[in-house]
Ligand binder design. Structure first.
Ligand code: UDP
Length: 241
């Protein structure tokens, strides 16, 4: 079952973290490379103006509501999303699955050293995960062919891509047909969380839907990007009528 909620023209999968995890396990046993996108409010707003980005998201195999704004929008417009399903949580679930089933991963993205540190911490916590490789996310377009070749040669079951949004979504869409991995997932800052270079908001902020506020306190220079949240809510309310 995969019902989609139409959030301002962007189709987001309904269901819980458990549902999303089960979908990923299904993907591991099907043909082709499945693409997972974890949009926040900012990406949904960008997709309003950028039809190519909207198309990329709407062609993904699994789209989870990572941003609390998406849940508010769904509540206001009665679209059926019940809870936030974050990329960082789904990545964790996938890694647990890999740990238990001897599956392998490759991490692409982050500043030099970040993916490597993330892999080291994953291995320490979940020793059954096979790390096939990693590489930072600052490369030239000319190098991309070689990067794909290398990931395919290493035969990683899952490719986590952390190039920031929407760069990672565009990148995954461009190469998904060429990839031999079963899953390619855009994980953004989750790699920094695994590496320990960024701390996730304490549980209380997560529970209250205030993770964005915690992030604003920690990274105040992001305020301009975050101004999109109130703008998005106004749009959602106006669209309701
Ligand atoms: N990043 C990267 N290459 C780029 C741009 C970004 O590897 O060209 C990495 C960045 O170092 C960070 C991650 O992408 O580890 C997420 O970036 P950002 O914080 O901008 O995205 P978000 O938190 O919105 O996913």
């Amino acid at each position: 079952m995969n019902h989609k909620a139409d959030i301002m023209g962007v189709f987001v999968d309904q269901g819980t973290l458990e549902d999303a995890t089960n979908r990923c396990i299904e993907f591991m046993n099907t043909m082709g490379c499945k693409m997972i996108i974890t949009p926040n409010t900012e990406i949904i707003m960008s997709a309003q103006k950028d039809s190519k980005l909207r198309q990329i998201i709407n062609h993904a195999d699994l789209v989870i509501p990572d941003g609390i704004g998406i849940i508010y929008a769904s509540k206001i417009q009665k679209k059926g999303l019940t809870e936030r399903v974050t990329g960082v949580d789904l990545m964790h679930k996938i890694l647990e699955y890999c740990n238990e089933n001897q599956k392998s991963i490759y991490i692409l993205g982050g500043k030099p050293g970040v993916a490597e540190k993330a892999c080291e911490n994953i291995k320490n916590k979940l020793s059954g995960v096979e790390i096939k490789g990693f590489r930072d996310g600052y490369f030239k377009e000319e190098e991309e062919g070689k990067i794909i070749e290398n990931i395919n040669r290493l035969n990683a079951d899952i490719l986590f891509v952390a190039l920031g949004a929407p760069k990672q979504e565009i990148w995954m869409d461009k190469y998904r047909e060429k990839l031999k991995s079963k899953i390619v997932m855009g994980v953004g800052g989750s790699v920094d969380v695994w590496a320990g270079t960024v701390k996730r908001a304490p549980k209380i902020y997560q529970k209250l839907g205030l993770e964005w506020f915690y992030r604003l306190l920690k990274e105040p220079w992001r305020y301009k990007r975050m101004m999109v949240l109130p703008k998005f809510m106004i749009k959602v309310i106006l669209n309701k009528q």
